[in-house]
Design a protein around this ligand. Structure first.
Ligand code: SAM
Length: 317
């Protein structure tokens, strides 16, 4: 698998408190000086591009709460060799920003949305913002961000009844609805057994909507598998890190908000680029390390076991 994809967590802060994504149990945030500055992020991306990275995703925390994020998108879009620039957001602030993000060079967008029921949405996220998120999704489609993907996590006893309605979005709109298996990230999150396996979600969709037929999306689907309901504008996808092992198909490196490169989401093992950069390392020294990280990642064939409690909002989901 060619390692060509870098996900960057640009902040550990978030305006929602999703029940599966707040593992440290509170709201302790990193100090501003611990967070990578835009010029540091852009330098790292430029050097990674020299090592074969061509896809970049901006995530968090909630990336749209980081001041100046549109400017960061513009700078990243201007780096020669960044062929694919995307962003993952909870969508709360998206409506008023979608146009300027597109204009700054953003190509694609993922919006996290786990329920279409107002009360259930508020129970999962801690905020009554479903309408804002839906308006953001509609705006993103209108300004031409494409594809717009919707990421949903289904938890046992929480939002199983929402599966069909979420899947139906792909029938009504040109969006890709992806069901991502919940991954436990620490003792303060939901129990590991709360995840609902892909097979169960598929069964609900096929029973309540229609049969799914497999499709290929782009050059590589990465860890996702995609399907379509015939004669509908959207796509339905699954990312099933619990009920299957996709390490051989995983092309993702992660840069945490405090400047560490993490080759695998499931392992605490990381490389501290911020320390290197602030310690005065030159481009050549950093490039040597980046090549080592990419070679190491290419050699992963089986799942690492969790070694720590970690926060998805710091690592970048
Ligand atoms: N705030 C943005 C958002 O909500 O999309 C970006 C950051 S969020 C950490 C990125 C993605 O990680 C979301 O789609 C979220 O559903 C997913 N995520 C968070 N915690 C997770 C977990 N424990 N297991 C699987 N996915 C998780």
């Amino acid at each position: 698998m060619k390692i060509d994809y870098l996900r960057i967590s640009v902040t550990d802060r978030c305006n929602l408190r999703c029940i599966y994504c707040n593992p440290l149990g509170g709201s302790e945030f990193l100090e501003h000086k611990e967070i990578l500055r835009f010029e540091e992020i852009c330098r790292i991306v430029r050097l990674f591009v020299g090592c074969g990275i061509s896809k970049v995703r901006v995530t968090g925390g909630e990336p749209l709460v980081r001041r100046g994020v549109v400017d960061l998108v513009r700078r990243l879009a201007g780096i020669k060799g960044v062929e694919d620039l995307s962003l993952t957001t909870n969508g709360v602030l998206l409506g008023p920003m979608a146009g300027e993000l597109k204009e700054a060079g953003l190509m694609r967008l993922n919006v996290s949305l786990d329920s279409l029921d107002r009360q259930n949405y508020a129970q999962i996220t801690g905020a009554d913002c479903l309408e804002k998120v839906m308006a953001g999704i509609r705006k993103a489609i209108e300004v031409g961000l494409s594809p717009v993907r919707i990421n949903a996590i289904i938890l046992k006893g929480v939002n199983e009844p929402d599966i069909a309605a979420l899947a139906r979005l792909s029938v009504a709109m040109p969006v890709t609805v992806r069901f991502i298996e919940y991954c436990p990230t620490g003792k303060h999150t939901r129990p590991a057994g709360d995840y609902v396996p892909e097979a169960q979600v598929r069964e609900v969709i096929e029973r309540q909507l229609a049969p799914l037929s497999s499709v290929m999306v782009g050059r590589s689907n990465g860890p996702a598998c995609y399907y379509k309901i015939r004669n509908t504008p959207g796509i339905i996808g699954f990312i099933s890190g619990r009920s299957s092992t996709f390490c051989r198909r995983c092309n993702r490196l992660r840069l945490t908000s405090d400047g560490k490169v993490r080759p695998c989401l499931y392992s605490a093992h990381s490389y501290d680029l911020k320390e290197m950069i602030r310690g005065g390392a030159d481009d050549e020294e950093i490039t040597v390390l980046l090549r080592k990280i990419i070679a190491e990642k290419s050699s992963y064939t089986k799942l690492n076991s969790f070694t720590e409690d970690f926060s998805m909002r710091c690592v970048g989901g």
